[in-house]
Design a protein around this ligand. Structure first.
Ligand SMILES: NC(=O)C1=CN([C@@H]2O[C@H](COP(=O)(O)OP(=O)(O)OC[C@H]3O[C@@H](n4cnc5c(N)ncnc54)[C@H](OP(=O)(O)O)[C@@H]3O)[C@@H](O)[C@H]2O)[C@@H](O)CC1
Ligand SMILES: [K+]
Length: 568
């Protein structure tokens, strides 16, 4: 499952399952709670007392083997709280000491959560945390059960079942309580502190956007987040991943959203994965009917793999375009030409070999060489310079070739983005980072920056979709949570967090290589959306393959290995 769901989509899936009569809400809640417990044991086998006792983890030592394991379970006013009561019961049945707190009014608990509250009451009690701000007395009681121990007398586990996909308002009132537990956002990561597990999503985080609701930044920071059926966008977008810890998905027997008529394919956002990439590659067929995967067909002519033209800046500013050219070549463009101003010709010619050179002084020169229709993909922006960008971009766009606009080619239109949008066509890809995005789409960027006071909050998926609609072409909005959208609303996320984290990718020139990867794939006649998605995925894989110490030059050189591993 690679769909990244919103809270509303998840509710629709659950609702459809319940309405079909295949399963009840209560059964789903039981499966969810069981899934959480299984995931906890999977993550920390030393907590699983059901079988032979495996060795205890070094990170969380418990000196006394005879002590019962202890959990503090924080339940909220909705079904997320209901899951919490199930987990409390299951742990209690295994001999754990469990202290349960309810943040909310008992009378307002939804029916399934209420049933599980009652079931828990047969095993233990529930302490109250008054909504919205627990009293000092309540917080002290919580602290007594759960605060950081001076010795080993603290809980082994804190379960955050306060809010899940139903969070619609900030949880500022919980700040003192979470601060006392040191699981709020102000807590320093402390490996000796009990494991914090969030049910579905860390409380305080908006499931649709990965943003924290409210200006107080109140949120639970988890070591492990256990979600159901499919990841939600909030697990990956914005700061989401920083608070989820490790995120695992539990199958609770629901169908895929594509099986539901009520959820349109267009409203979904896809998460990039190797499986997905393989699917894309296997579906691509080029004009000659050959499977157009990344490995070149052995009998293909170099022109059948396209000819990319990448424009450079002036002397001393050609490195970025050279990086892009290297990327385009390595990803399989048949030919790559750098368009250089005469003054930079010497500089570039001593530094490139397989890449060709063409003198392009100005718009006229570009117009002339674009008469060669074999030049089927263009890249403008890396190191181009603002004046040269203003001069060349209109000509490039008028030629209606597949075109990547990056860096200076975007910034050059900061004063009049509408002028750029008026020239763009559907075969373009814009690749802004946050700053460039704000220059071209200031109102959209503002919405993404404003502190959200209610959920679901405006997300990077929403922003990128809106931007692509306005620009009329594919927009790839960079970041560890790169979002790619086309003007029809198709959207996907290329995440470089969790197991795909590659912090060393934030290095000078990495974006230029990405622009080159996209250009190379456009030359190979990938559609703009597929080129952007495939390039973004491979870009992160190259960074991961190289590891720390990476500089931009290394990225194209990693491609052969990555492509071999993908098996293309
Ligand atoms: N449905 C299913 O079949 C399954 C669902 N599952 C589980 O259910 C979770 C979703 O449950 P949910 O929809 O009840 O939402 P949840 O996050 O518990 O909270 C909603 C409540 O919180 C309230 N509220 C919101 N913000 C607030 C605030 N700042 N401060 C105070 N109150 C606030 C809001 O109140 P209201 O706006 O109505 O006043 C409402 O009462 C999901 O994450 C998963 O864990 C699984 O068991 C699998 C099966
Ligand atoms: K939660």
């Amino acid at each position: 499952m690679t769909d990244l769901l919103t809270a509303a989509q998840m509710r629709a899936i659950e609702q459809a399952a319940i309405e079909s009569g295949d399963v009840t809400g209560l059964e789903l809640m039981e499966r969810a709670g069981q899934g959480v417990v299984e995931a906890i044991f999977e993550e920390w086998p030393e907590l699983d007392k059901r079988g032979a006792s495996p060795s205890r983890s070094l990170t969380y030592p418990r000196p006394d083997e005879e002590d019962p394991l202890r959990a503090v379970v924080l339940c909220g006013p909705g079904n997320n709280g209901g899951d919490g009561f199930v987990v409390a019961r299951l742990l209690r049945e295994q001999g754990w000491e469990v202290a349960v707190f309810l943040y909310g009014d008992l009378e307002k608990l939804p029916p399934d959560a209420r049933v599980n509250y009652e079931r828990w009451l047969e095993l233990g009690e529930v302490s109250k945390l008054t909504l919205p701000t627990p009293t000092k007395r309540e917080v002290s009681k919580l602290e007594k059960h759960a605060a950081r121990p001076s010795s080993s007398q603290g809980p082994d586990l804190i379960l955050d079942a306060l809010f899940g996909t139903g969070l619609i308002r900030p949880i500022g009132g919980l700040k003192p309580a979470l601060a006392k537990l040191q699981i709020g956002s102000e807590a320093d990561a402390d490996p000796w502190w009990p494991r914090v597990v969030s049910v579905d999503i860390p409380s305080g985080l908006c499931a649709d956007s990965g943003r924290i609701l409210g200006d107080e930044g109140v949120i639970v920071g988890a070591h492990l987040t256990v979600t159901f059926h499919s990841k939600k966008r909030g697990h990956l977008l914005d700061v989401g991943a920083q608070f989820c810890g490790k995120t695992v998905i539990v199958d609770i027997g629901l169908s895929s959203p594509s099986d539901l008529g009520s959820i349109s394919r267009k409203s979904l956002a896809d998460l990039h994965s190797e499986r997905r990439l393989r699917r894309v590659l296997s579906q691509l067929v080029d004009e000659s009917g050959l499977p157009q995967n990344l490995s070149k067909a052995s009998f293909g002519h170099k022109y059948s793999h396209g000819h990319a033209l990448i424009m450079t800046g002036g002397p001393g500013k050609t490195g970025a375009a050279r990086l892009a050219a290297r990327g385009a070549l390595r990803i399989g463009a048949g030919l790559v030409t750098l368009g250089v101003p005469p003054a930079a010709q010497m500089e570039v010619s001593v530094q490139v070999t397989a890449v060709m050179l063409q003198r392009v002084e100005s718009a006229d020169g570009l117009s002339k060489i674009l008469e060669d229709e074999r030049l089927n993909a263009l890249c403008l922006g890396p190191g181009l310079g603002l004046d040269r960008a203003r001069d060349l971009v209109p000509v490039a766009l008028a030629a209606e070739r597949a075109t990547v606009l990056d860096a200076d080619a975007l910034t050059a239109f900061a004063d009049d983005p509408a002028a750029l949008f008026g020239m763009l066509h559907e075969n373009c890809v814009l690749t802004p980072h946050g700053g460039e995005f704000a220059l071209l789409f200031p109102d959209i960027a503002e919405k993404l920056k404003a502190v959200p006071i209610k959920g679901p909050a405006y997300s990077k998926v929403d922003a990128t979709r809106e931007a692509a609609g306005r620009a009329g072409c594919v927009v790839l909005f960079k970041g560890p949570d790169t979002v790619i959208a086309d003007p029809n609303g198709r959207c996907s996320v290329n995440s470089a967090v969790y197991e795909r984290a590659a912090p060393w990718l934030a290095t000078a020139g990495a974006g230029d290589v990405l622009a080159g990867f996209i250009t190379g794939l456009l030359a190979r006649r990938f559609s703009p959306l597929q080129a952007a998605e495939t390039a973004a995925w491979l870009h992160v894989e190259c960074a991961r393959s190289f590891g720390p110490g990476l500089i931009a030059e290394d990225l194209p050189e990693q491609l052969p290995r990555v492509l071999r591993e993908v098996g293309s």
